[in-house]
Design a binder for this molecule. Structure first.
Ligand SMILES: Nc1nc2c(c(=O)[nH]1)N[C@H]1C(S)=C(S)[C@@H](COP(=O)(O)O)O[C@H]1N2
Ligand SMILES: [Mo]
Length: 309
């Protein structure tokens, strides 16, 4: 596919052999497993290890995951990213890691992947627009990358920035958001083992419309926190600005934790439409922290989540 990130290394070369083997054994032993049935032939390509953090819910189809997207740099329609994101050239991609770190610098995708323990993480994704999907990501914990660069004691937040290339991103010709797209996490959120940088989905390299070659995934927060096509990561001591908060602070906060009790000013967040369920599917109840509360609620103890939405 044009524009996809290309890599000389085979995925199995950058995946610990033990993890790769155990994955294959798991798949062999569980012949009827839903994902094995869907993605079986592609396994040898990537061989990411499975994870205890995965949901056992059935993932959405590859078609749903790659043709129903939000990526405003390529247009605001749900099908615009799958039509236009091939324009993004991800070859030679570099990620700058800056700010309060011991080893600031510029990383190629090979550098990023060489030390990364790739896992499959099947996560729920809940968009602030009240739809949801289940996505079989491939990625590694952001905490591992942060450990490799050495976070300095003064750091309290992590800021992320998407590439801004007007020539390759037709959506950025319109002032729907301030470009580049920016996002941020508190340091404890960034270090949480559920927080990953994804480099693939369905055992294949990440399609451009899903944020190739490297995108954040924070499954207990509304989807807009999961910033795509990252080219800069900065450790800072101040809460960083975030795109949707800049666009409309009353409607979109910094935390953006999934919360069925706090309505968006223009719609309820109590329920969600599961993509792929068909036209007449019943809406599902939205669950606090998108169902990840047992793992993440302690980080927000004592915070007023209606005020810090
Ligand atoms: N750079 C950038 N990242 C982005 C967006 C965007 O418009 N630009 N949209 C966000 C929103 S609103 C959602 S719901 C998710 C959608 O991810 P997906 O298309 O892979 O499902 O990406 C998020 N990351
Ligand atoms: Mo979203």
């Amino acid at each position: 596919m044009a524009g996809r990130w290309k890599n000389d290394l085979k995925w199995s070369d950058v995946t610990p052999k033990a993890a790769w083997l155990s994955r294959r054994q798991v798949m062999a032993g569980a012949g009827g497993l839903a994902l094995g049935a869907i993605a079986g032939p592609a396994l040898a390509k990537l061989g990411a290890a499975p994870s205890a953090y995965s949901t056992d819910e059935t993932p959405n189809s590859l078609e749903d995951v790659t043709t129903f997207n939000n990526y405003y740099e390529f247009g605001t329609g749900k099908e615009d990213p799958s039509r236009n994101a091939h324009l993004l050239n991800t070859e030679g991609w570099q990620v700058e890691i800056a700010g309060l770190v011991d080893k600031p610098g510029t990383w190629t995708m090979d550098d990023v992947l060489k030390g990364a323990a790739l896992e499959e993480r099947i996560y729920r994704l809940r968009c602030v627009e009240a739809w949801s999907m289940v996505v079989p990501w491939v990625g590694f914990e952001l905490a591992d990358l942060l450990a490799r660069v050495g976070v300095q004691p003064g750091a309290k937040y992590v800021a992320f920035q998407t590439a801004y290339r007007p020539d390759e991103m037709p959506g950025t010709r319109y002032p729907v958001l301030e470009w580049p797209y920016v996002e941020g996490l508190r340091l404890d959120e960034a270090m949480h083992p559920l927080t990953i940088l994804a480099t693939g989905l369905y055992d294949e390299p990440l399609p451009n419309q899903n944020g190739a070659p490297l995108r954040l995934v924070v499954p207990w927060k509304y989807g807009f926190k999961s910033i795509k096509s990252i080219m800069r990561i900065t450790l800072t001591d101040k809460e960083p600005p975030t795109s949707w908060n800049i666009a409309n602070a009353r409607e979109y906060g910094f935390y953006a934790n999934v919360n069925p009790q706090v309505s968006h000013p223009r719609w309820s967040q109590a329920t969600e439409r599961a993509i792929g369920g068909g036209l007449f599917a019943k809406r599902k109840d939205t669950v606090m922290f998108n169902g990840y509360g047992a793992d993440v609620a302690a980080m927000y103890a004592g915070m007023d989540l209606a005020r810090l939405y």
